[in-house]
Design a binder for this molecule. Structure first.
Ligand code: HEM
Length: 200
């Protein structure tokens, strides 16, 4: 298994970082797309993903577009939650390389705070989604396999719906800060911080 070099993350940590990052971007795209779909629409067993004409998904039964995209959001979300929990386990057992010596004390504090809050919100967001779906009447199927029966508790579903939405905005804010940090280090400080999270 890969070991930590003093200046880089392990290969496993790098793969997990990019897999989860693109997974989360995909989840936001799915969420915004699916929320705009009408409640009543013709059922189909074939879906052109995001209507882009790139990939068509075939199902064994006909469902409404809203049901297809909601189920996809739940299935990918549960998978991501598994990956995120594994990533946290990996991070705890394989400490991250030390922050650059050239960083000022406030920069180190801000970087650490944003990384830690990233982990916290990355766990709470999908967990609130699981709770929302579990309290709804639909429950959760993982790519068609029944995982959790819906409890049909409207108040609790509404509560976790609100929590899920707010956590989404918090994650977007941390993501924006994270991007600003990468841009500053790459174009202003030119200290190669991005290389720590790539195979280069
Ligand atoms: C990293 C993972 C996730 C991200 C980034 C994410 C993001 C979002 C966002 C931004 C929304 C729209 C909220 C709003 O309009 O206020 C949403 C809705 C939703 N999410 Fe997630 N989510 C994630 C994981 C999950 C999981 C694991 C589940 C369930 C197993 C889930 C179930 C839902 C459902 C059912 C809705 C629609 C609620 C409704 O309109 O009735 N999400 N998600």
């Amino acid at each position: 298994m890969a070991t930590n070099s003093p200046s880089k993350y392990t290969k496993t940590a790098i793969v997990l970082h990019w897999l989860i990052a693109f997974g989360i971007i995909f989840m936001f795209s799915l969420a915004w797309f699916m929320e705009g779909l009408p409640k009543e629409a013709a059922k189909s067993a074939s879906f052109d993903l995001f209507d882009l004409g790139i990939y068509t998904w075939q199902l064994t039964e006909s469902v409404s577009p809203r049901s297809f995209y909601f189920n996809l959001h739940k299935s990918v979300g549960v998978t991501l939650l598994g990956l995120i929990l594994f990533r946290v386990f990996w991070r705890l057992t394989h400490p991250a390389p030390a922050l650059l010596k050239t960083m000022k004390a406030w920069e180190k504090k801000l970087a650490k705070a944003s990384h830690h809050s990233f982990y916290l919100v990355m766990i709470l967001l999908p967990v609130s989604g699981v709770l929302m779906a579990a309290y709804s009447k639909y429950g959760i199927k993982w790519f068609g396999i029944p995982l959790i029966e819906g409890l049909g508790n409207i108040e609790m579903r509404e509560f976790f719906y609100e929590v899920h939405g707010y956590l989404g905005y918090i994650l977007l804010a941390i993501f924006a800060l994270h991007l600003l940090g990468v841009i500053k280090h790459t174009f202003i400080n030119k200290d190669g911080v991005l290389k720590r999270m790539t195979f280069k």
